[in-house]
Design a protein around this ligand. Sequence first.
Ligand code: CDP
Ligand code: CDP
Ligand code: CDP
Length: 227
Amino acid sequence: SVSQIFVAIDGPAGSGKSSISKAAAERLGYNYLDTGAAYRALAWWVLERGMPTADSDTIVDALPDWDYNIGVDPDNYYVAVGETDVTNAIREPRVTSVVSSVARVPKIREHVNALFRDIMRSAPQHGIIVEGRDITTVVAPDAPVRILLTASEEVRMARRSAELANEKATEVADQLRKRDAADSRVVDFMTAADGVVTVDSTTLTFDQTVDAVLDVIEQQTSRTAHG
Ligand code: CDP
Ligand code: CDP
Ligand code: CDP
């Protein structure tokens, strides 16, 4: 609807996009859309179907059969493909290791971007925070609030290693760097586009980062409202 507020947040892996966006959405009573989860759900489905992840033509042809569902309520987050709840499965290393090669196909990106805009438009709350890699530049370049969430590479790697206690920290860091490098060749999420506000969370606690994001949202929306 016309009065809907879109908040676009991009950034590299481990910058805090998902957790910070979710927390900010809870505080504001907004919806929350994790676009990375969509790419992960597609990669999961490609593996499930036994399609070669490098065969982009086959994947593009099969896209109409991909029945993807995501919860936009930050308090009831889930991802499903058809009848299958894949909320946890899409985080498995086998999915993480192929997601970039699926996400780099332009026709796939166009398909999911149309899906994202449908989800944004039909979100029940009057605001929605959408996070990913190309939300500020491609999916919602006209959004009233656009944020690039960053953190130093060292801190991002440390945050991820802390989450995955069962994996070797150096291995995690290595894979993350490779994925960011591969993703960077497709969309630029390391530099802020014109009009995009950078929030650097390197030296901020989780709560301070949420507050910094909320401050930007308040500033940008009141600026828009007052012309
Ligand atoms: O949470 P994490 O940083 O590990 O990644 P994610 O946000 O779940 O995104 C998973 C993958 O989806 C990324 O590595 C990109 O390949 C792709 N992606 C994308 O291409 N464009 C987006 N807007 C979001 C994610
Ligand atoms: O979605 P993205 O990959 O950008 O990051 P995330 O999965 O939301 O955040 C990675 C981890 O960093 C989470 O465990 C967050 O709780 C943590 N984090 C933090 O410790 N301090 C911050 N200022 C931001 C995030
Ligand atoms: O439904 P509406 O005509 O407003 O726009 P849409 O193309 O379906 O996209 C929904 C929302 O996504 C728009 O209102 C914009 O905020 C955002 N969007 C954007 O910022 N830039 C685009 N090129 C397309 C959509």
